[in-house]
Design a protein around this ligand. Structure first.
Ligand SMILES: Nc1ncnc2c1ncn2[C@@H]1O[C@H](COP(=O)(O)OP(=O)(O)OP(=O)(O)O)[C@@H](O)[C@H]1O
Ligand SMILES: Nc1nc2c(c(=O)[nH]1)N=C(CO)CN2
Length: 170
């Protein structure tokens, strides 16, 4: 069995539904068990900023799948939930990124683990720190809490714990 951390993000309504549906799809997969899910955060868009705020979270899973097979499963879920790739870093119903896979380092054209932008993204590090602040990120050899502490305050200001309103149909 391997352990992995998956980042989930959505910025097309109903955002929380897309996160929940993705988590259920992961949990329903016969070779995946969701061990823990972080709280949901509302986050300002990074990169391409002319878009709606995101909801982001991180899931800790256990799986017998290879990292490549896990990527396929993530991409199938993205497709089923209607993701269209138009603008790079633009709006998406759901994005599933593999952050870490069993302390492994994988560098292929198709898959890079640890996720290459993990260390600079508060919308990933804040929920990941809720699950395990002491987790060491391979290659970088730093803990999640150290990476988070190294981020500029303004990066972290754009991140707030999300509470359901309108019956959770954000
Ligand atoms: N760790 C990873 N998790 C998910 N996809 C990855 C990973 N490493 C490489 N990829 C590749 O990245 C490609 C583009 O992914 P995607 O369109 O979701 O990027 P993005 O989410 O817009 O940007 P970002 O990668 O910065 O989060 C995927 O087709 C996949 O092959
Ligand atoms: N706040 C936030 N910004 C982003 C996100 C995301 O999930 N949350 N995903 C991106 C591309 O993966 C680009 N920018």
């Amino acid at each position: 069995m391997k352990e992995a951390y998956i980042a989930l993000g959505s910025n097309i309504s109903p955002k929380a539904d897309y996160l929940e549906k993705s988590l259920s799809r992961l949990q329903e997969h016969e070779d995946i068990e969701v061990l823990q899910a972080s709280p949901i955060y509302e986050t300002v868009p990074v990169g391409y900023t002319e878009q709606s705020d995101f909801l982001n979270m991180v899931a800790h899973i256990q799986t017998s799948l290879s990292a490549f097979k896990l990527l396929e499963v993530c991409q199938e879920i993205e497709q089923e939930l209607g993701r269209e790739r138009t603008i790079k870093w633009g709006p998406r119903t759901i994005d599933l990124d593999i952050l870490l896979y069993n302390q492994e380092n994988i560098e292929t054209e198709q898959l890079v683990i640890p996720h290459p932008r993990l260390h600079e993204r508060a919308f990933v590090l804040v929920p990941l720190a809720e699950l395990d602040p002491n987790l060491i990120v391979p290659v970088i050899h730093k803990s999640v809490s150290d990476l988070l502490a190294a981020l500029a305050d303004e990066e972290k200001e754009g991140i707030a714990k999300w509470k359901p309103k309108n019956g959770g149909n954000e």
